[in-house]
Design a protein around this ligand. Structure first.
Ligand code: HPA
Length: 268
């Protein structure tokens, strides 16, 4: 299937070989407008790709230039809560690696567990806690892609985080560092869960990204993840969480996050 998807894409991108795979999370889809696009392909047309059903995820691969680099952008990601298997979620990441991408740069929306932070803050993910209850590498190991027991101590590339710090400083953007905890969703977490996660050292919680990061560690990407705090996590404030506030903060911060990503790509 990977070969088939690669062949299908190769025929449509006329020798354009992306170095960067960009995955845009909830509310961050407009960042793709910064790309000087050379080709766009709908997920539903690509062999083995699944359509994206989450709100604000348009389900397109966009090939083009951003920050002087050759990128392929997944405008819209697949989530576990949509009912996709882990294998389906990470399939595009494997395909784009085979197509030549070496860097994986992802954004996501998350709830702030760290009480010193505010909606609109951006966190460079330094590490994660996988509470999805599953790992995308379960099953026979594909030795041509990677080892059976991949190391996760450098899954979030420290050099790329330093590049992001530098870029943020030059743009006057404050960049937080922290630990991202992945829950399956789709219900938001309970206040008791958030209190527990805080004692474990989590700074933000979300429903994505970790499967892709594990896959990326397996198949040898260098990975950077920027998480946009769209709301304070359950129980931090005395009010319910809505997907509307997630979308609104995403839209309000997309410009800042887009600038930062473009600068990071220039600097790498
Ligand atoms: N919890 C889980 N996922 C999220 C949240 C949250 O509070 N905000 C945005 N994505």
């Amino acid at each position: 299937m990977i070969e088939q998807a690669c062949e299908f894409l190769s025929e449509r991108i006329a020798g354009f070989q992306p170095d960067f795979c960009l995955v845009l999370g909830s509310g961050c889809g407009t960042i793709a407008e910064r790309i000087r696009a050379q080709a766009a392909v709908n997920y539903r047309d690509i062999p083995g790709f699944c359509p994206s059903t989450a709100p604000g995820h348009s389900g397109k691969l966009i090939f083009g230039m951003l920050g002087g680099k050759k990128v392929v952008c997944m405008q819209g990601r697949l989530h576990y809560y949509e009912g996709y298997s882990m294998a389906e979620i990470v399939f595009p990441i494997r395909v784009l690696r085979r197509l030549g991408a070496q860097y994986l740069v992802m954004t996501n929306a998350s709830g702030g567990i760290n009480v010193n932070w505010r909606p609109g803050d951006i966190m460079a993910v330094e590490d994660h806690i996988n509470l999805m209850g599953f790992n995308p590498l379960i099953g026979p190991n594909r030795a041509e892609e990677g080892v059976r027991f991949p190391d996760m101590t450098r899954a979030y590339d420290p050099v790329l985080i330093a590049t992001a710090d530098n870029a943020a400083q030059q743009l006057g953007i404050e960049l937080r560092h922290g630990v991202y905890l992945a829950a399956s969703g789709p219900s938001f977490e309970t206040p008791a869960e958030i209190r527990a996660f805080r004692t474990w050292g989590a700074d933000a919680v979300g429903m994505s990204t970790v499967p892709e990061v594990i896959q990326a560690a397996h198949c040898g990407y260098r990975t950077l993840v920027l998480s946009l705090i769209t709301n304070m996590a359950a129980g931090v404030l005395d009010r319910p969480i809505t997907s509307e506030e997630v979308g609104e903060t995403g839209a309000a911060s997309a410009e800042k996050l887009g600038q930062l990503i473009e600068k990071i790509l220039v600097d790498i």
